[in-house]
Write a protein that binds this ligand. Structure first.
Ligand SMILES: C[S@@+](CC[C@H](N)C(=O)[O-])C[C@H]1O[C@@H](n2cnc3c(N)ncnc32)[C@H](O)[C@@H]1O
Length: 231
């Protein structure tokens, strides 16, 4: 345990007070007003498969998969104590098919080699963890031929372009007490993700830019990335 403040304390809290339902849909897009976009079908058939959500927050995506897509198991992994409590309160009843794990994803993945058929992240841990540290452990935790899929920002919120190198930016965050602080986020160009994935043990790498169709404040284009662990 550390005394580091939980910078995800506030995230999703208002929604959790009003909406306890398992979502009927699974969305990858950043902007909620952008229509459905790709859905869970892009994961490939996950019936009977072992799946992991990296940075699962309140575990809404994982709860959807556990409820509607018959995996053997979905592990919803998140480091935030607040998100863990929220996920457990909302969806703990979906155990054992849904397993809610409180852990940093790197710490979790390093203990589970050759385990997952699919790992995914929806603006989750992949955005907030040094990819040169994370991606090799993601590859090792997948079974050979296993799939990684993630959505991430195609540019900074506000419009600044993504980085041409593997560097993070300090973005605004709030402590549980409401004090302003920052956290690190990796917003990288398509080519940078492709190179990082190739260096980390992946093949069949595809990066699609899904433009936002709205121009509302806070909207952003999504990068949707898929790759397969080399056999
Ligand atoms: C923007 S939220 C997205 C949550 C969820 N995927 C969703 O779509 O609602 C990012 C989440 O990633 C988690 N996270 C970030 N870095 C992480 C890490 N290294 N290990 C585990 N969880 C992490 C945070 O705790 C937070 O809950």
């Amino acid at each position: 345990m550390t005394n580091t403040p939980d910078l995800w304390h506030h995230y999703g809290r208002a929604r959790a007070r009003q909406d306890r339902t398992v979502p009927r849909t699974f969305r990858w897009l950043w902007s909620q007003d952008d229509g459905p976009g790709p859905g869970p079908e892009v994961l490939g058939g996950i019936t009977g498969e072992v799946v992991g959500d990296l940075g699962s927050g309140a575990a809404r995506h994982a709860a959807h998969l556990a409820t509607y897509h018959a995996p053997a198991r979905v592990d919803a992994v998140d480091a935030s104590p607040a998100q863990h409590v929220m996920a457990d309160d909302l969806f703990g009843h979906l155990a054992p098919r849904l397993r809610i794990v409180r852990s940093d994803v790197v710490q979790h993945l390093r203990t589970v080699a050759d385990t997952y058929d699919v790992l995914y992240s929806v603006f989750g841990a992949v955005d907030f963890t040094d990819p040169s540290e994370l991606l090799p452990f993601v590859a090792a935790a997948l079974r050979p031929g296993g799939r990684l899929l993630f959505s991430t920002l195609a540019h900074y919120l506000g419009g600044a372009p993504a980085e041409p190198d593997v560097v993070s930016a300090d973005i605004p965050a709030r402590t549980p007490d409401g004090e302003a602080t920052t956290m690190r986020r990796w917003v990288l160009q398509e080519r940078v993700w492709t190179n990082m994935l190739a260096e980390s043990g992946f093949t069949r790498i595809s990066v699609d830019r899904l433009p936002s169709t709205t121009h509302s404040p806070g909207s952003a284009d999504t990068l949707f990335v898929t790759a397969v662990r080399r056999t």
